[in-house]
Every structure is written in C-alpha cells, then in structure tokens.
Design a protein around this ligand. Structure first.
Ligand SMILES: [Mn+2]
Length: 255
C-alpha cells in the first residue's frame, strides 16, 4: 500500500543568489499547494545577483510559517568557512574578489549574523528527506547507495571527464534521490512511469535559465524564468523533464 500524506513537498534547485526567482517560486507553490514543505538543493548565495535578498527571503518566509530549508552545497560550505574566518578576524590573502564582494554586500545590509545562522544550519544538513525523496546537493555513488556515499561526495560529487552523471546508472535501490549542483537546460528525471529514481532540478537560474521545483507527490516540475531573461513574465509554468532511461547494469555484470 502506498503511504500518502496530506502535506505536499517540493525540492527547489540551486538558488545561487536569485532572490526574486526564489520568492516567486515559493509564492506560487504556497498559493497552489498550501502548507507545502520545501527543501532547497543548496548553493544559496554565490554567483547570482542578490545574495542579500536570498538571506532575507528565507528568513522572511520562515517567519511567516513556511516550512523551508536547504541541504548543504559545496558553495555553502566554502562561503560558511570564509565567513567564519572573516568574522573571527582571521585575515587571509587568498580571499577572492567574489568573496570580498559577498562580504561587503552582506556587511552593508547588516546581514552577516543572519547569513552565519543560515549557513551554519545548512552545512549541518548534508541530506534530508522530504516526502518520499532524499535530497542531497551533488548526488550519490550509484553503486554504493545513499549510506555508502561519503559526506564529501554528497556535497561535491562530479562525474569524471567522459563518465555519465550519477543518475544514469542509479537503479533506485534507496528510493528517489533528488539533487542539484550540475546545471541542466531542463530538469532530469530517471526511473519508470510511476516511480522516479533520480531527479536533477538545477536548471541554471543564475546563468539565465530557470529556477525549478520538483513536486514530489505529483512527480511534476514547475519553473520560473530567470530575471536575466528580458522578456520574462511572472508566474511559474509546468515543464516536462528530460526522461532519461536508467542504464542499470545487468545483474551479475561486474562494474
Ligand atoms: Mn554545487
């Protein structure tokens, strides 16, 4: 028997400083699916236009009672370490121009403490469950499963040059796993018709793509356009994912 819950859940891909798109997508989800639980795939602040807006938006949504949190992305881990060093007076010559810019923007809006709060909580959440989905930033090792994948890999995993991404060979043994980290033009979904195995929901918003949510119980995707698209219109639209056939190795085949 399928276990059902009355509370719907969604996973939103890498935000990367796209605050306006985050607000829009969360608002659309809340309006259409009241009480929805939302997990972000991480990489919250870097690259995009408005990291301060992301910190404020997440804080404001939570204060308004929205169930919203994020798993830890490699950029969150790096930004957190950098902010801790900076806030404890540890000066380093290796702080990049982008990092100095992030610090000064957060300082100008008095958001360093709020950012430390947000990131310290986020780096603690390497993986989380929402509905039937397990969410990690980068993915898992298909042959090792969720429990056998290291924390480092869940945050940083990248396919070696020429190798297929993890989702192509994951056989669904540990249920549905949702990730971001690797931008794709349209979201990726593997599995069969009534059961997804793997989803990549990072549709490159900071690079002019979309910010996308995967609604777990409906097995559907909802996207809002990047505000870097000049003709963008407000309001989300459903998108059809790339449905990748899982290339599960034959039983007994050594891999
Ligand atoms: Mn990443």
């Amino acid at each position: 028997m399928k276990i059902t819950t009355n509370i719907p859940s969604a996973v939103i891909g890498d935000v990367h400083g796209c605050a306006e798109e985050l607000r829009e997508l969360v608002e659309v989800l809340q309006e259409t699916r009241p009480g929805i639980r939302i997990v972000l795939t991480g990489d919250l602040l870097t690259k995009g236009p408005d990291p301060c807006g992301v910190v404020r938006s997440i804080r404001d949504f939570r204060q308004a009672g929205v169930d919203l949190n994020s798993v830890c992305g490699n950029q969150d881990l790096r930004a957190f370490a950098m902010l801790v060093r900076q806030s404890t007076g540890f000066k380093t010559a290796t702080t990049s121009k982008a990092d100095r810019s992030l610090i000064s923007r957060l300082e100008a809006e008095d958001l360093i403490p709020a950012t430390l709060d947000l990131l310290s909580e986020t780096v603690d959440r390497v993986q989380t469950k929402v509905g039937s989905a397990t969410v990690v930033h980068a993915g898992i090792r298909p042959e090792a499963g969720i429990a056998g994948t290291t924390t480092h890999d869940k945050i940083h995993l990248k396919a070696a040059g020429g190798a297929p991404p993890w989702w192509q060979t994951y056989d669904g043994r540990d249920g549905l796993v949702v990730c971001g980290h690797r931008p794709v033009e349209v979201p990726v979904r593997t599995g069969d018709a009534d059961q997804a195995f793997a989803v990549n929901v990072d549709t490159g918003c900071a690079g002019g793509g979309h910010l996308t949510a995967y609604v777990v119980e409906e097995d559907t995707f909802l996207s809002v356009e990047s505000r870097q698209i000049p003709s963008r219109h407000r309001g989300g639209h459903e998108v059809v994912p790339v449905r990748v056939e899982s290339k599960v190795p034959d039983a007994g085949l050594s891999v």
